[in-house]
Write a protein that binds this ligand. Structure first.
Ligand code: ATP
Length: 275
């Protein structure tokens, strides 16, 4: 990856002192106040790494992701990428960032527009961000990268299997050749074979293309099998940030212990990575 894409410390993205609060409506006996949802979050993403972001419901994962995607402004703190601040702004100011950081939504298949063909879906970010390349070539390359052939180009969502739709959504996210993919529960609610396919595609992107991954999940065991580093959030703060294997074997914080215990032995899991 081009050295110019890094921050001064070599990170791809660095987050410092991020705080976010939301108003709590006034009650009969209560003054209006604000509830802290992110409490001084500091961390960095390094080029090409695979990071799991886990935590119980309400711990602040999605709020953090929305700040990283520059669709929600924190109350204070900084996000830096390529030594430039990242904050919500119009397309002209953020085109460079939107091209290098792409999003895979929860239930990516449902995020596909049922009226659009596969070709149109994958072309959409290229067109919207004005990416300067041969779009037809890039669309075919992206499709091939997720293991699908050009015979699907003219199909619509209802003509795709669940696994194919999921992979088309990933093809759309990688069409701009992002340095990092931020994914919100990309495997939740899927049958095991489709989860395996999606995990294999993401692993291939990371290992063979050098694409970094930040994957939000409730399931610490499954996501830690794909990601080498796991960050645990609890009540708006990062309470553990360690290599996944270490964290799974010996979770320190009670919230991490609870997540590991909750991930009961389950035969319907992704296979453990080879040593
Ligand atoms: N726009 C908002 N207004 C008020 N409160 C909000 C808003 N967005 C999030 N919250 C609150 O912030 C807290 C953190 O929410 P967030 O969605 O970030 O958690 P999460 O860890 O992603 O949870 P889940 O795993 O259930 O998706 C929750 O208590 C939520 O109710």
């Amino acid at each position: 990856m081009n050295a110019l894409l890094m921050n001064e410390d070599g990170s791809f993205l660095s987050v410092s002192g991020l705080e976010r609060s939301f108003p709590v409506p006034a009650g009969l006996w209560r003054k209006p106040e604000r509830r802290m949802v992110l409490r001084g979050v500091d961390f960095a993403l390094w080029p090409g790494e695979r990071v799991a972001l886990v935590g119980a419901s309400g711990s602040g994962k999605t709020t953090l992701l929305r700040s990283l995607l520059a669709i929600d402004a924190p109350d204070c703190g900084h996000i830096l990428c390529q030594c430039k601040p990242v904050r919500p702004a119009g397309m002209a100011k953020l085109r460079w960032y939107r091209q290098s950081v792409q999003y895979i939504p929860q239930d990516p298949a449902a995020s596909l527009d049922p009226r659009m063909t596969v070709r149109q879906q994958i072309a959409e970010p290229l067109r919207r961000l004005g990416v300067d390349c041969d779009h037809d070539v890039r669309i075919r390359e992206s499709l091939e990268r997720v293991g699908l052939g050009p015979e699907l180009l003219l199909r619509r969502r209802n003509e795709l299997s669940g696994g194919q739709a999921q992979r088309v959504a990933i093809a759309r996210a990688i069409a701009t050749r992002p340095a990092f993919l931020l994914a919100d529960e990309p495997m939740s609610g899927l049958d095991l074979p489709i989860r395996r396919q999606v995990a294999a595609v993401l692993r291939d992107l990371s290992e063979n293309q050098g694409t970094g991954l930040l994957i939000v999940s409730h399931d610490i065991v499954d996501v830690s099998r794909l990601c080498t580093r796991t960050v645990v959030m609890y009540d708006g703060a990062i309470v553990e940030d360690r290599p996944s294997a270490e964290l799974l074997a010996d979770p320190h914080h009670p919230a991490a212990r609870e997540l590991v215990a909750a991930a009961l032995p389950d035969t319907a899991r992704l296979p453990a990575p080879q040593a």
